[in-house]
Design a protein around this ligand. Structure first.
Ligand SMILES: [Mg+2]
Length: 253
């Protein structure tokens, strides 16, 4: 007898730092807004709101470049204690809907939907309940990806931002991941990509579908747990490196 598939959601607040600043400064809503370092110094973009992203501004870009792309953008330094307050409020209400969560960052984490949803049929209404609870408590928007494992859930949560829900049903995992660049998989950075390239497993434009054709590819669920989501306990460092990088992961690839 096989056990029923796990049901895991990846939860991700949309443009979190910028969204909080918009709530605190309603006059900034609809204006291109960049939270990060000094655009006249060497700072980088932690989070850009969606109005700024229309100018090609994204997390981890230098603020000087962001200023070049959008000279009328508003630049704000991160207000970390404020974001922490919002984050605590968010996770408190998320836990009321889904008790078992694994926070992996100030604005993202995994939810054990299987604990409250018996099958995938109940998943959409549960994900919507999470969104409604978060919106009701904080006015913030979030996106969720749901799948049978963390890797799939994480990639899925980025598909329909902002405010999206993407559900990958059991058996659809490989087909869902196939079109994406291997670098989009959580835990696969430049070094892992290079190792795959050296091993002849991926080519100049490495996509997951190439991995599927390889005999040595581990199944997605066997990617070592610790590498699936790099630990990001250090929020400050994370912010400098681009706090909302996940939001941008699908862009330009
Ligand atoms: Mg986010």
């Amino acid at each position: 007898m096989t056990s029923p598939p796990k049901i895991v959601a990846h939860f991700d607040l949309d443009a979190f730092f910028a969204a909080v600043e918009e709530l605190e400064h309603p006059e900034l809503r609809d204006k291109p807004l960049v939270v990060g370092g000094d655009p006249r110094g060497r700072g980088v973009v932690a989070t850009a709101n969606y109005a700024a992203r229309k100018y090609g501004i994204h997390s981890a870009m230098s603020c000087a470049e962001a200023l070049r792309r959008c000279p009328h953008a508003v630049f704000l330094p991160p207000s970390r204690s404020l974001y922490s307050q919002y984050s605590r409020a968010v996770w408190a209400v998320v836990r009321e809907v889904v008790p078992t969560v694994e926070r992996t960052g100030i604005d993202e984490g995994y939810l054990d939907l299987g604990e409250v949803a018996e099958t995938f049929h109940a998943v959409r209404s549960l994900a919507e309940a999470v969104q409604t609870a978060v919106k009701g408590a904080t006015s913030l928007s979030c996106s969720l990806g749901v799948g049978t494992c963390k890797v799939v859930a994480k990639v899925a949560s980025d598909r329909r931002k902002p405010g999206g829900i993407t559900i990958v049903r059991p058996g659809r995992e490989a087909a869902f991941l196939a079109p994406f660049a291997v670098r989009l998989l959580p835990g696969v950075g430049p070094r892992a990509e290079e190792r795959l390239r050296r091993a002849g497993r991926v080519y100049n434009d490495p996509h997951v579908s190439h991995l599927r054709r390889s005999r040595e590819t581990p199944s997605y669920s066997r990617i070592p747990r610790g590498r699936v989501v790099p630990c990001r306990a250090d929020v400050g460092r994370r912010a400098v490196q681009g706090a909302d990088r996940g939001d941008d992961a699908g862009q330009g690839r």
